[in-house]
Ligand binder design. Structure first.
Ligand code: ADP
Ligand code: MG
Ligand code: ZN
Length: 497
Protein backbone atom coordinates (compact mmCIF):
# COMPACT_ATOMS: atom_id res chain seq x y z
CA UNK A 1 0.00 0.00 0.00
CA UNK A 2 2.70 2.40 1.07
CA UNK A 3 4.77 1.29 -1.89
CA UNK A 4 2.00 2.16 -4.31
CA UNK A 5 1.43 5.61 -2.87
CA UNK A 6 5.10 6.38 -3.12
CA UNK A 7 5.28 5.13 -6.66
CA UNK A 8 2.41 7.28 -7.77
CA UNK A 9 4.13 10.35 -6.30
CA UNK A 10 7.36 9.55 -8.08
CA UNK A 11 5.59 8.90 -11.36
CA UNK A 12 5.62 12.61 -12.04
CA UNK A 13 9.41 12.60 -12.32
CA UNK A 14 10.25 9.16 -13.62
CA UNK A 15 8.43 6.89 -15.97
CA UNK A 16 8.71 3.12 -15.66
CA UNK A 17 9.45 1.13 -18.81
CA UNK A 18 8.67 -2.56 -18.64
CA UNK A 19 9.04 -5.47 -21.04
CA UNK A 20 8.06 -9.05 -20.20
CA UNK A 21 9.51 -12.34 -21.35
CA UNK A 22 6.99 -15.12 -20.81
CA UNK A 23 7.76 -18.82 -21.06
CA UNK A 24 4.71 -21.00 -21.63
CA UNK A 25 4.93 -24.75 -21.37
CA UNK A 26 3.02 -26.28 -24.26
CA UNK A 27 0.44 -28.95 -23.51
CA UNK A 28 1.78 -31.69 -25.77
CA UNK A 29 1.94 -35.29 -24.61
CA UNK A 30 5.54 -35.76 -25.69
CA UNK A 31 8.66 -33.61 -25.55
CA UNK A 32 9.81 -31.23 -28.27
CA UNK A 33 12.63 -33.33 -29.79
CA UNK A 34 11.93 -36.90 -28.58
CA UNK A 35 9.01 -39.18 -27.74
CA UNK A 36 9.38 -39.00 -23.94
CA UNK A 37 6.32 -38.09 -21.89
CA UNK A 38 5.86 -34.56 -20.56
CA UNK A 39 3.64 -35.74 -17.67
CA UNK A 40 4.32 -33.94 -14.38
CA UNK A 41 5.22 -35.70 -11.13
CA UNK A 42 6.77 -38.96 -12.39
CA UNK A 43 9.73 -40.49 -10.48
CA UNK A 44 12.94 -38.55 -11.21
CA UNK A 45 14.60 -39.34 -14.56
CA UNK A 46 11.94 -41.85 -15.60
CA UNK A 47 10.86 -39.79 -18.61
CA UNK A 48 14.21 -39.71 -20.35
CA UNK A 49 15.97 -41.11 -23.41
CA UNK A 50 19.33 -40.55 -25.14
CA UNK A 51 17.97 -37.41 -26.87
CA UNK A 52 16.77 -35.51 -23.79
CA UNK A 53 19.74 -36.79 -21.77
CA UNK A 54 22.04 -35.27 -24.38
CA UNK A 55 23.90 -38.47 -25.26
CA UNK A 56 26.50 -38.09 -28.01
CA UNK A 57 25.08 -39.02 -31.41
CA UNK A 58 21.43 -38.83 -30.39
CA UNK A 59 19.44 -36.79 -32.92
CA UNK A 60 16.52 -34.44 -32.22
CA UNK A 61 13.31 -34.73 -34.27
CA UNK A 62 10.91 -31.79 -34.07
CA UNK A 63 7.43 -32.54 -32.65
CA UNK A 64 4.80 -31.35 -35.16
CA UNK A 65 2.21 -30.68 -32.45
CA UNK A 66 4.57 -28.21 -30.78
CA UNK A 67 4.77 -26.22 -34.00
CA UNK A 68 1.01 -26.36 -34.44
CA UNK A 69 0.49 -24.93 -30.93
CA UNK A 70 3.00 -22.16 -31.57
CA UNK A 71 1.28 -21.25 -34.86
CA UNK A 72 -2.08 -21.18 -33.10
CA UNK A 73 -0.70 -18.84 -30.45
CA UNK A 74 1.03 -16.64 -33.01
CA UNK A 75 -2.22 -16.29 -34.97
CA UNK A 76 -4.19 -15.42 -31.84
CA UNK A 77 -1.63 -12.71 -31.03
CA UNK A 78 -1.76 -11.34 -34.58
CA UNK A 79 1.89 -12.15 -35.29
CA UNK A 80 3.56 -12.59 -38.67
CA UNK A 81 4.61 -16.21 -39.01
CA UNK A 82 7.96 -16.84 -40.66
CA UNK A 83 7.65 -19.15 -43.69
CA UNK A 84 11.03 -20.52 -42.65
CA UNK A 85 12.71 -20.31 -39.26
CA UNK A 86 15.77 -21.89 -37.67
CA UNK A 87 16.91 -23.47 -34.44
CA UNK A 88 20.16 -22.44 -32.74
CA UNK A 89 22.28 -23.85 -29.96
CA UNK A 90 22.50 -21.57 -26.94
CA UNK A 91 25.66 -22.68 -25.19
CA UNK A 92 26.16 -22.55 -21.47
CA UNK A 93 27.78 -24.75 -18.88
CA UNK A 94 25.49 -25.76 -16.06
CA UNK A 95 24.47 -29.22 -14.81
CA UNK A 96 20.75 -28.75 -15.58
CA UNK A 97 21.57 -29.35 -19.26
CA UNK A 98 23.82 -32.30 -20.10
CA UNK A 99 24.40 -31.24 -23.73
CA UNK A 100 25.78 -27.93 -22.40
CA UNK A 101 23.56 -26.14 -24.84
CA UNK A 102 19.84 -25.52 -25.09
CA UNK A 103 18.13 -25.73 -28.46
CA UNK A 104 16.30 -22.45 -28.99
CA UNK A 105 15.41 -20.04 -31.76
CA UNK A 106 17.57 -16.97 -32.13
CA UNK A 107 17.92 -14.90 -35.30
CA UNK A 108 14.91 -16.36 -37.06
CA UNK A 109 12.05 -16.89 -34.59
CA UNK A 110 8.85 -18.64 -35.59
CA UNK A 111 6.80 -15.45 -35.32
CA UNK A 112 7.21 -11.69 -34.80
CA UNK A 113 5.22 -8.46 -34.43
CA UNK A 114 1.95 -9.16 -32.62
CA UNK A 115 -0.24 -7.34 -30.10
CA UNK A 116 -2.14 -8.01 -26.91
CA UNK A 117 -4.96 -5.53 -26.19
CA UNK A 118 -6.89 -5.26 -22.92
CA UNK A 119 -8.63 -2.60 -20.82
CA UNK A 120 -6.91 -1.14 -17.76
CA UNK A 121 -9.08 1.18 -15.69
CA UNK A 122 -11.45 1.71 -18.59
CA UNK A 123 -8.69 2.55 -21.09
CA UNK A 124 -7.85 0.15 -23.91
CA UNK A 125 -4.14 -0.62 -23.71
CA UNK A 126 -2.22 -2.29 -26.50
CA UNK A 127 1.14 -3.95 -25.94
CA UNK A 128 3.25 -5.02 -28.91
CA UNK A 129 4.76 -8.49 -29.07
CA UNK A 130 8.34 -8.47 -30.27
CA UNK A 131 8.74 -12.17 -31.00
CA UNK A 132 7.47 -15.66 -30.28
CA UNK A 133 9.81 -18.60 -30.49
CA UNK A 134 10.24 -22.22 -29.49
CA UNK A 135 12.82 -23.82 -27.23
CA UNK A 136 13.36 -26.81 -24.98
CA UNK A 137 13.13 -26.71 -21.20
CA UNK A 138 16.07 -27.85 -19.07
CA UNK A 139 16.36 -30.29 -16.15
CA UNK A 140 15.60 -29.47 -12.56
CA UNK A 141 18.28 -29.25 -9.88
CA UNK A 142 17.58 -30.17 -6.27
CA UNK A 143 20.11 -28.58 -3.97
CA UNK A 144 21.45 -29.53 -0.55
CA UNK A 145 19.22 -28.35 2.21
CA UNK A 146 16.17 -29.77 0.49
CA UNK A 147 17.98 -33.16 0.44
CA UNK A 148 19.08 -35.73 2.98
CA UNK A 149 22.67 -35.58 1.76
CA UNK A 150 24.53 -32.42 2.72
CA UNK A 151 26.68 -30.51 0.22
CA UNK A 152 25.24 -32.19 -2.83
CA UNK A 153 22.83 -31.55 -5.66
CA UNK A 154 20.70 -33.98 -7.63
CA UNK A 155 19.25 -33.49 -11.06
CA UNK A 156 15.95 -34.65 -12.57
CA UNK A 157 15.86 -34.63 -16.37
CA UNK A 158 12.14 -35.35 -16.72
CA UNK A 159 11.61 -31.69 -17.58
CA UNK A 160 14.53 -31.53 -20.00
CA UNK A 161 13.14 -31.28 -23.53
CA UNK A 162 9.64 -30.24 -22.47
CA UNK A 163 8.42 -27.76 -25.12
CA UNK A 164 8.45 -24.08 -24.21
CA UNK A 165 7.17 -21.13 -26.17
CA UNK A 166 8.77 -17.81 -25.31
CA UNK A 167 6.77 -14.65 -25.92
CA UNK A 168 8.74 -11.43 -25.65
CA UNK A 169 6.93 -8.09 -25.43
CA UNK A 170 8.21 -4.73 -26.60
CA UNK A 171 9.02 -2.36 -23.71
CA UNK A 172 5.52 -0.86 -24.00
CA UNK A 173 4.31 -1.51 -20.46
CA UNK A 174 4.27 1.50 -18.12
CA UNK A 175 3.16 0.24 -14.70
CA UNK A 176 3.03 -2.89 -12.55
CA UNK A 177 -0.77 -2.91 -12.92
CA UNK A 178 -0.48 -2.90 -16.71
CA UNK A 179 2.08 -5.70 -16.50
CA UNK A 180 -0.36 -7.75 -14.42
CA UNK A 181 -3.20 -7.17 -16.86
CA UNK A 182 -1.00 -7.99 -19.84
CA UNK A 183 -0.07 -11.29 -18.21
CA UNK A 184 -3.67 -12.10 -17.33
CA UNK A 185 -4.77 -11.43 -20.89
CA UNK A 186 -1.91 -13.43 -22.39
CA UNK A 187 -2.65 -16.30 -20.04
CA UNK A 188 -6.34 -16.19 -20.94
CA UNK A 189 -5.49 -16.42 -24.64
CA UNK A 190 -3.17 -19.42 -24.21
CA UNK A 191 -5.64 -21.20 -21.95
CA UNK A 192 -8.49 -20.56 -24.42
CA UNK A 193 -6.38 -22.03 -27.19
CA UNK A 194 -5.71 -25.04 -24.95
CA UNK A 195 -2.00 -24.83 -25.73
CA UNK A 196 -0.91 -24.14 -22.11
CA UNK A 197 -2.57 -24.80 -18.76
CA UNK A 198 -1.48 -21.35 -17.53
CA UNK A 199 -0.54 -22.64 -14.11
CA UNK A 200 1.93 -20.12 -12.69
CA UNK A 201 2.67 -21.82 -9.39
CA UNK A 202 3.52 -25.11 -11.13
CA UNK A 203 5.75 -23.23 -13.55
CA UNK A 204 3.73 -23.85 -16.74
CA UNK A 205 3.74 -20.09 -17.19
CA UNK A 206 6.87 -18.21 -16.12
CA UNK A 207 7.63 -14.56 -16.43
CA UNK A 208 10.86 -12.57 -16.40
CA UNK A 209 10.26 -8.86 -15.99
CA UNK A 210 12.60 -6.23 -17.42
CA UNK A 211 12.27 -2.78 -15.94
CA UNK A 212 14.03 0.55 -16.26
CA UNK A 213 13.25 4.16 -15.46
CA UNK A 214 13.59 7.29 -17.50
CA UNK A 215 12.73 10.91 -16.87
CA UNK A 216 9.15 11.46 -17.94
CA UNK A 217 9.04 12.75 -21.50
CA UNK A 218 12.39 11.29 -22.54
CA UNK A 219 12.64 9.01 -25.57
CA UNK A 220 15.72 6.91 -24.88
CA UNK A 221 15.50 3.91 -22.59
CA UNK A 222 17.26 3.72 -19.26
CA UNK A 223 19.43 0.83 -18.02
CA UNK A 224 17.23 -2.12 -17.09
CA UNK A 225 17.24 -4.83 -14.50
CA UNK A 226 15.73 -8.22 -15.24
CA UNK A 227 13.74 -9.77 -12.38
CA UNK A 228 13.14 -13.52 -12.19
CA UNK A 229 11.49 -16.01 -9.89
CA UNK A 230 7.93 -14.66 -9.57
CA UNK A 231 5.31 -17.40 -9.50
CA UNK A 232 2.07 -15.43 -9.40
CA UNK A 233 0.50 -12.35 -10.99
CA UNK A 234 0.65 -10.60 -7.62
CA UNK A 235 4.33 -11.54 -7.34
CA UNK A 236 5.08 -9.95 -10.71
CA UNK A 237 3.28 -6.75 -9.73
CA UNK A 238 4.92 -6.56 -6.33
CA UNK A 239 8.38 -7.29 -7.73
CA UNK A 240 7.97 -4.54 -10.31
CA UNK A 241 6.68 -2.04 -7.74
CA UNK A 242 9.63 -2.86 -5.50
CA UNK A 243 12.10 -2.59 -8.35
CA UNK A 244 10.70 0.78 -9.49
CA UNK A 245 11.09 2.09 -5.97
CA UNK A 246 14.62 0.72 -5.65
CA UNK A 247 15.74 2.23 -8.94
CA UNK A 248 14.06 5.54 -8.16
CA UNK A 249 15.93 5.81 -4.90
CA UNK A 250 19.27 5.12 -6.59
CA UNK A 251 18.61 7.72 -9.30
CA UNK A 252 17.35 10.30 -6.81
CA UNK A 253 20.57 9.88 -4.85
CA UNK A 254 22.56 10.52 -8.03
CA UNK A 255 23.56 6.88 -8.49
CA UNK A 256 23.52 4.70 -11.62
CA UNK A 257 21.56 1.54 -12.34
CA UNK A 258 23.69 -1.47 -13.24
CA UNK A 259 22.36 -3.89 -15.80
CA UNK A 260 21.85 -7.14 -13.91
CA UNK A 261 19.57 -10.07 -13.26
CA UNK A 262 17.78 -9.97 -9.89
CA UNK A 263 15.77 -12.55 -7.99
CA UNK A 264 12.38 -11.82 -6.41
CA UNK A 265 12.21 -13.03 -2.83
CA UNK A 266 8.51 -13.55 -2.18
CA UNK A 267 8.94 -14.01 1.59
CA UNK A 268 10.89 -10.82 2.19
CA UNK A 269 9.13 -9.03 -0.68
CA UNK A 270 12.29 -7.64 -2.24
CA UNK A 271 14.62 -8.26 -5.17
CA UNK A 272 18.20 -9.44 -4.67
CA UNK A 273 21.08 -9.36 -7.14
CA UNK A 274 21.66 -12.74 -8.82
CA UNK A 275 24.21 -12.15 -11.55
CA UNK A 276 25.43 -9.40 -13.79
CA UNK A 277 23.54 -9.35 -17.06
CA UNK A 278 24.62 -11.93 -19.61
CA UNK A 279 24.74 -10.92 -23.27
CA UNK A 280 23.97 -12.79 -26.46
CA UNK A 281 27.68 -13.25 -27.20
CA UNK A 282 28.10 -15.06 -23.87
CA UNK A 283 26.03 -17.87 -25.33
CA UNK A 284 28.04 -18.38 -28.53
CA UNK A 285 24.86 -19.03 -30.49
CA UNK A 286 25.30 -21.10 -33.61
CA UNK A 287 22.93 -22.93 -35.95
CA UNK A 288 21.73 -26.31 -34.74
CA UNK A 289 23.20 -28.56 -37.43
CA UNK A 290 21.00 -31.54 -36.52
CA UNK A 291 17.74 -29.77 -37.44
CA UNK A 292 16.66 -28.64 -40.89
CA UNK A 293 14.99 -25.23 -41.30
CA UNK A 294 11.42 -25.21 -40.02
CA UNK A 295 9.29 -24.53 -43.11
CA UNK A 296 5.64 -23.64 -42.53
CA UNK A 297 3.30 -23.59 -45.54
CA UNK A 298 0.59 -20.95 -45.83
CA UNK A 299 -1.86 -23.80 -46.35
CA UNK A 300 -1.04 -25.23 -42.91
CA UNK A 301 -1.41 -21.77 -41.36
CA UNK A 302 -4.85 -21.43 -43.00
CA UNK A 303 -5.91 -24.83 -41.71
CA UNK A 304 -4.93 -23.88 -38.18
CA UNK A 305 -6.57 -20.46 -38.46
CA UNK A 306 -9.85 -22.20 -39.30
CA UNK A 307 -9.73 -24.07 -35.97
CA UNK A 308 -9.22 -20.98 -33.76
CA UNK A 309 -11.94 -20.63 -31.11
CA UNK A 310 -13.58 -17.35 -30.15
CA UNK A 311 -10.81 -15.58 -28.22
CA UNK A 312 -11.18 -13.93 -24.79
CA UNK A 313 -11.21 -10.43 -26.22
CA UNK A 314 -13.88 -11.25 -28.79
CA UNK A 315 -15.94 -13.05 -26.22
CA UNK A 316 -15.57 -10.20 -23.74
CA UNK A 317 -16.80 -7.69 -26.31
CA UNK A 318 -19.68 -9.97 -27.23
CA UNK A 319 -20.70 -10.47 -23.57
CA UNK A 320 -20.77 -6.72 -22.98
CA UNK A 321 -22.79 -6.16 -26.16
CA UNK A 322 -25.13 -9.15 -26.07
CA UNK A 323 -25.82 -9.33 -22.33
CA UNK A 324 -25.46 -5.64 -21.51
CA UNK A 325 -23.07 -6.31 -18.61
CA UNK A 326 -20.27 -3.86 -17.67
CA UNK A 327 -16.86 -4.31 -19.35
CA UNK A 328 -15.38 -5.23 -15.99
CA UNK A 329 -17.83 -8.11 -15.51
CA UNK A 330 -17.24 -9.26 -19.06
CA UNK A 331 -13.48 -9.25 -18.49
CA UNK A 332 -13.72 -11.29 -15.29
CA UNK A 333 -16.17 -13.79 -16.77
CA UNK A 334 -14.06 -14.50 -19.85
CA UNK A 335 -10.71 -15.26 -18.22
CA UNK A 336 -11.24 -18.93 -18.89
CA UNK A 337 -13.41 -20.85 -21.29
CA UNK A 338 -15.16 -23.03 -18.67
CA UNK A 339 -16.05 -19.93 -16.64
CA UNK A 340 -17.38 -18.10 -19.69
CA UNK A 341 -19.36 -21.21 -20.70
CA UNK A 342 -20.79 -21.48 -17.18
CA UNK A 343 -21.85 -17.85 -17.11
CA UNK A 344 -23.32 -17.98 -20.57
CA UNK A 345 -25.50 -20.95 -19.67
CA UNK A 346 -26.92 -19.21 -16.59
CA UNK A 347 -27.35 -15.88 -18.40
CA UNK A 348 -29.35 -17.49 -21.19
CA UNK A 349 -31.42 -19.85 -19.09
CA UNK A 350 -32.37 -17.23 -16.48
CA UNK A 351 -32.97 -14.45 -19.03
CA UNK A 352 -31.34 -12.14 -16.46
CA UNK A 353 -27.73 -11.70 -17.61
CA UNK A 354 -26.84 -8.97 -15.10
CA UNK A 355 -28.22 -10.93 -12.15
CA UNK A 356 -26.42 -14.03 -13.46
CA UNK A 357 -23.18 -12.07 -13.67
CA UNK A 358 -23.48 -10.94 -10.04
CA UNK A 359 -24.13 -14.43 -8.79
CA UNK A 360 -21.40 -16.10 -10.80
CA UNK A 361 -18.81 -13.38 -10.27
CA UNK A 362 -19.44 -12.43 -6.66
CA UNK A 363 -21.10 -15.37 -4.93
CA UNK A 364 -19.82 -18.40 -6.82
CA UNK A 365 -16.28 -17.20 -7.55
CA UNK A 366 -16.12 -15.90 -3.98
CA UNK A 367 -16.68 -19.36 -2.52
CA UNK A 368 -14.59 -21.16 -5.12
CA UNK A 369 -11.63 -18.81 -4.62
CA UNK A 370 -11.83 -19.25 -0.89
CA UNK A 371 -11.49 -23.02 -1.39
CA UNK A 372 -8.84 -22.67 -4.07
CA UNK A 373 -11.14 -24.44 -6.52
CA UNK A 374 -11.70 -23.78 -10.20
CA UNK A 375 -15.06 -23.41 -11.93
CA UNK A 376 -14.74 -26.97 -13.24
CA UNK A 377 -14.95 -28.22 -9.65
CA UNK A 378 -18.00 -26.11 -8.81
CA UNK A 379 -20.38 -28.20 -6.68
CA UNK A 380 -23.25 -26.15 -8.16
CA UNK A 381 -23.84 -26.86 -11.86
CA UNK A 382 -25.15 -23.96 -14.02
CA UNK A 383 -28.67 -25.46 -14.18
CA UNK A 384 -28.88 -25.51 -10.37
CA UNK A 385 -27.80 -21.89 -10.06
CA UNK A 386 -30.42 -21.01 -12.68
CA UNK A 387 -33.07 -22.81 -10.60
CA UNK A 388 -32.09 -20.72 -7.57
CA UNK A 389 -32.30 -17.50 -9.59
CA UNK A 390 -35.75 -18.56 -10.81
CA UNK A 391 -36.95 -18.88 -7.20
CA UNK A 392 -35.53 -15.46 -6.48
CA UNK A 393 -37.00 -13.83 -9.59
CA UNK A 394 -40.45 -15.27 -8.97
CA UNK A 395 -40.41 -13.85 -5.43
CA UNK A 396 -40.61 -17.31 -3.87
CA UNK A 397 -37.54 -16.50 -1.78
CA UNK A 398 -36.00 -13.17 -0.77
CA UNK A 399 -32.56 -12.02 -1.84
CA UNK A 400 -31.25 -12.58 1.64
CA UNK A 401 -32.57 -16.13 1.87
CA UNK A 402 -31.22 -16.81 -1.64
CA UNK A 403 -27.71 -16.23 -0.33
CA UNK A 404 -28.03 -18.70 2.53
CA UNK A 405 -29.68 -21.24 0.23
CA UNK A 406 -26.79 -20.75 -2.18
CA UNK A 407 -24.24 -21.43 0.55
CA UNK A 408 -26.05 -24.60 1.52
CA UNK A 409 -26.23 -25.73 -2.10
CA UNK A 410 -22.49 -25.21 -2.29
CA UNK A 411 -21.82 -27.17 0.90
CA UNK A 412 -24.30 -30.02 0.45
CA UNK A 413 -24.88 -30.28 -3.29
CA UNK A 414 -28.66 -30.22 -2.67
CA UNK A 415 -30.96 -28.38 -5.06
CA UNK A 416 -32.39 -24.95 -4.21
CA UNK A 417 -35.98 -26.26 -4.30
CA UNK A 418 -35.18 -29.01 -1.81
CA UNK A 419 -33.44 -26.69 0.65
CA UNK A 420 -36.27 -24.14 0.49
CA UNK A 421 -38.86 -26.87 0.99
CA UNK A 422 -37.05 -28.65 3.81
CA UNK A 423 -36.49 -25.48 5.78
CA UNK A 424 -39.70 -23.63 4.97
CA UNK A 425 -37.85 -20.65 3.57
CA UNK A 426 -40.53 -19.50 1.19
CA UNK A 427 -40.85 -15.75 1.21
CA UNK A 428 -43.83 -14.27 3.07
CA UNK A 429 -45.67 -11.87 0.78
CA UNK A 430 -49.07 -12.39 2.37
CA UNK A 431 -50.27 -8.99 3.65
CA UNK A 432 -52.19 -10.28 6.68
CA UNK A 433 -49.31 -12.37 7.87
CA UNK A 434 -46.86 -9.50 7.41
CA UNK A 435 -49.14 -6.88 8.96
CA UNK A 436 -49.07 -8.81 12.18
CA UNK A 437 -45.27 -8.60 12.33
CA UNK A 438 -45.35 -4.94 11.26
CA UNK A 439 -47.70 -4.09 14.16
CA UNK A 440 -45.42 -5.86 16.63
CA UNK A 441 -42.38 -3.97 15.39
CA UNK A 442 -44.18 -0.60 15.50
CA UNK A 443 -45.29 -1.26 19.06
CA UNK A 444 -41.80 -2.27 20.12
CA UNK A 445 -40.03 0.77 18.63
CA UNK A 446 -41.94 3.94 19.45
CA UNK A 447 -38.72 6.00 19.23
CA UNK A 448 -37.96 5.41 15.54
CA UNK A 449 -41.68 5.72 14.75
CA UNK A 450 -41.75 9.17 16.29
CA UNK A 451 -38.48 10.09 14.56
CA UNK A 452 -39.93 9.11 11.19
CA UNK A 453 -42.95 11.26 11.75
CA UNK A 454 -40.67 14.17 12.64
CA UNK A 455 -39.11 13.75 9.19
CA UNK A 456 -36.19 11.38 9.82
CA UNK A 457 -36.68 9.23 6.71
CA UNK A 458 -33.85 6.78 7.59
CA UNK A 459 -35.98 5.42 10.42
CA UNK A 460 -38.04 3.59 7.80
CA UNK A 461 -34.98 1.56 6.77
CA UNK A 462 -34.45 0.63 10.40
CA UNK A 463 -38.06 -0.50 10.80
CA UNK A 464 -37.95 -2.57 7.58
CA UNK A 465 -34.80 -4.18 8.94
CA UNK A 466 -36.55 -5.05 12.20
CA UNK A 467 -39.45 -6.69 10.36
CA UNK A 468 -37.02 -8.66 8.19
CA UNK A 469 -35.20 -9.78 11.29
CA UNK A 470 -38.26 -10.92 13.14
CA UNK A 471 -39.42 -12.87 10.04
CA UNK A 472 -35.94 -14.43 9.92
CA UNK A 473 -35.33 -12.97 6.48
CA UNK A 474 -38.45 -14.46 4.95
CA UNK A 475 -40.55 -11.30 4.66
CA UNK A 476 -40.86 -9.74 1.24
CA UNK A 477 -39.06 -6.41 1.80
CA UNK A 478 -41.07 -4.62 -0.86
CA UNK A 479 -44.40 -5.53 0.73
CA UNK A 480 -43.01 -4.74 4.20
CA UNK A 481 -41.96 -1.27 3.03
CA UNK A 482 -45.41 -0.59 1.58
CA UNK A 483 -47.21 -1.78 4.72
CA UNK A 484 -44.98 0.29 7.00
CA UNK A 485 -45.47 3.40 4.91
CA UNK A 486 -49.24 3.07 4.95
CA UNK A 487 -49.25 2.56 8.68
CA UNK A 488 -46.87 5.40 9.43
CA UNK A 489 -48.58 7.85 7.08
CA UNK A 490 -52.09 6.66 7.93
CA UNK A 491 -51.80 7.49 11.58
CA UNK A 492 -50.03 10.75 11.02
CA UNK A 493 -51.59 13.45 13.21
CA UNK A 494 -53.22 15.94 10.89
CA UNK A 495 -52.22 19.57 10.75
CA UNK A 496 -48.92 19.74 8.90
CA UNK A 497 -50.85 18.66 5.72
P1 ADP B 1 18.18 -8.96 -23.50
O1 ADP B 1 19.05 -9.11 -24.68
O2 ADP B 1 18.82 -8.31 -22.34
O3 ADP B 1 17.39 -10.18 -23.14
P2 ADP B 1 16.10 -7.89 -25.07
O4 ADP B 1 16.36 -6.74 -25.96
O5 ADP B 1 16.01 -9.25 -25.65
O6 ADP B 1 17.13 -7.84 -23.90
O7 ADP B 1 14.76 -7.60 -24.30
C1 ADP B 1 14.28 -8.45 -23.34
C2 ADP B 1 13.04 -7.80 -22.76
O8 ADP B 1 13.37 -6.61 -22.10
C3 ADP B 1 12.00 -7.41 -23.78
O9 ADP B 1 10.71 -7.70 -23.27
C4 ADP B 1 12.18 -5.92 -23.94
O10 ADP B 1 10.97 -5.29 -24.27
C5 ADP B 1 12.64 -5.52 -22.58
N1 ADP B 1 13.53 -4.36 -22.56
C6 ADP B 1 14.57 -4.12 -23.39
N2 ADP B 1 15.18 -2.97 -23.03
C7 ADP B 1 14.52 -2.48 -21.95
C8 ADP B 1 14.66 -1.33 -21.11
N3 ADP B 1 15.63 -0.44 -21.29
N4 ADP B 1 13.78 -1.18 -20.10
C9 ADP B 1 12.81 -2.06 -19.88
N5 ADP B 1 12.63 -3.15 -20.63
C10 ADP B 1 13.47 -3.37 -21.66
MG1 MG C 1 16.37 -11.83 -22.71
ZN1 ZN D 1 13.61 -38.15 -24.35
Amino acid sequence: MELETQNSKLKTRYEAVIGLEVHAQLLTKSKIFCGCSTAFGAPPNSHTCPVCLGMPGALPVLNKRVVEFAIKSALALGCDIAPSSRFHRKNYFYPDMPKNYQISQYELPLAQRGTVAFPVGGVLTSIRIHRLHLEEDVGKLLHAGTLQVADSSLVDFNRSGVPLMEIVSEPDIRSPEQAGEYLRQLRAILVYLEVCDGNMDEGSLRCDANVSLRLTGREELGVKAEVKNMNSFKGVQKALAYEIQRQTRILEEGGRIVQETRLWDADQELTLPMRSKEHAHDYRYFLEPDLVPLVISSQWIDEIRATLPELPQQRRDRFAREYGIPDYDAAVLTVSRPLADYYEEVAQASHEPKLASNWVMVELLGLLNKDGRGIIDSPIPPAELTALLTLLLSGTISGKIAKTVFEQMYQTGKSAELIVKEQGLTQISNQDELLQIVEEVLAKHPGPVADYRKGKVQSLTFLVGMVMKSSRGKANPRVVGELLLTRLKGEEPGGDG
